[in-house]
Design a protein around this ligand. Structure first.
Ligand SMILES: [Zn+2]
Length: 316
């Protein structure tokens, strides 16, 4: 493929980069977001291997603690714990002898639930019902602000739904959408990795982190809920997999307020809290590290992201 043979455009000392993916596949499933899926992962890893020293997040934290430079280093992460981590991503990384950290949604492990945004997407893609009427039913039952004209179901949910009842609302919407029963859907589709599959990844040297219990917008939570979503959830994951789970990535990359984040760190063993902000360079403490979205296949539009992002970051 042409991009990884292209010459290095700039010569500069890169800052530490953490990139993240969701799904690697040639296939598009109706519950997966197209913009969170890549098909040229294999070539992308070759591209990054040529330009960076790829290390695990754990090694990066250790280097930081020991005062060693992270310049020109890069770590790979994925979010949400989809089955493609096991079937498509891990095999490629193993072949290339590259490590990664997989951030999991606790409620979705073993296919016990489908994350609420993916439920909404599936409803939009698959239900024959009128979406405006579906939204109206939610508005009256839960006292939610009405959907705006030309607003998508997903945008409306993001704008108006209280985070503590997002799962109840999305389940209600699924029920009135004339779709198959959710349990049957999960049993048939198996969107996520099982506990055993995650154990196999750990046995192969990969690492895991917490991507919260139920994937809320963390800036909309009170501390007790935030604590349950991150602290309690990471502890449960630690017990389940018999290891310390003290790396967390925020859903949507959205951080809570400075004070809540400070409390989160004081009351837990969490060491890494990952947001999403390509403009910030990772020279600060690991709980302030930011990731670069890399769910983009290489094409002319994304040329800049692949070749110039670190350069642009170094200028900011
Ligand atoms: Zn996520």
């Amino acid at each position: 493929m042409f991009f990884y043979r292209s010459p290095r455009v700039f010569s500069f000392s890169d800052n530490y980069r953490i990139i993240y993916y969701h799904v690697v596949s040639n296939e598009r499933k109706s519950y997966q977001f197209g913009h969170l899926s890549v098909s040229d992962f294999d070539s992308q890893i070759d591209f990054f291997k040529k330009r960076y020293k790829i290390i695990s997040l754990k090694d990066a934290v250790n280097r930081f603690k020991n005062g060693l430079s992270l310049s020109n280093h890069l770590s790979i992460t994925t979010d949400d714990g989809f089955i493609e981590n096991f079937t498509n991503i891990a095999p490629i990384l193993l072949k290339k002898k590259v490590s990664a950290t997989f951030f999991l949604i606790e409620n979705c492990i073993d296919n016990l639930d489908l994350m609420w945004r993916n439920k909404l997407l599936y409803i939009v893609n698959k239900s024959d019902k009128n979406l405006e009427l579906l939204a109206e039913s939610v508005e009256s039952k839960f006292g939610i602000e009405p959907i705006k004209k030309s607003e998508s179901l997903l945008d409306w949910a993001e704008r108006t739904w209280p985070m503590d009842i997002k799962d109840i609302i999305s389940n209600f919407l699924w029920e009135i959408s004339d779709l198959e029963n959710l349990d049957n859907f999960l049993e048939k589709q198996k969107p996520y990795m099982s506990t055993n599959q995650i154990r196999v990844l750990l046995d192969n040297g990969f690492d895991i982190g917490i991507h919260t219990k139920s994937h809320p917008f963390c800036n909309k939570l009170e501390f007790d809920v935030l604590s349950e979503e991150i602290i309690a959830s990471s502890r449960r994951l630690g017990i389940k997999f018999n290891r310390k789970v003290n790396f967390a990535s925020y859903p949507f990359g959205v951080r809570p307020s400075f004070n809540l984040e400070k409390k989160l760190l004081t009351e837990s063993q969490i060491q890494v809290l990952l947001g999403i902000n390509s403009k910030i360079t990772n020279t600060r403490e690991p709980f302030k590290w930011e990731r670069d979205k890399q769910d983009s296949s290489y094409n002319s539009v994304n040329w800049l992201r692949f070749n110039c992002l670190p350069y642009l970051k170094s200028l900011l």
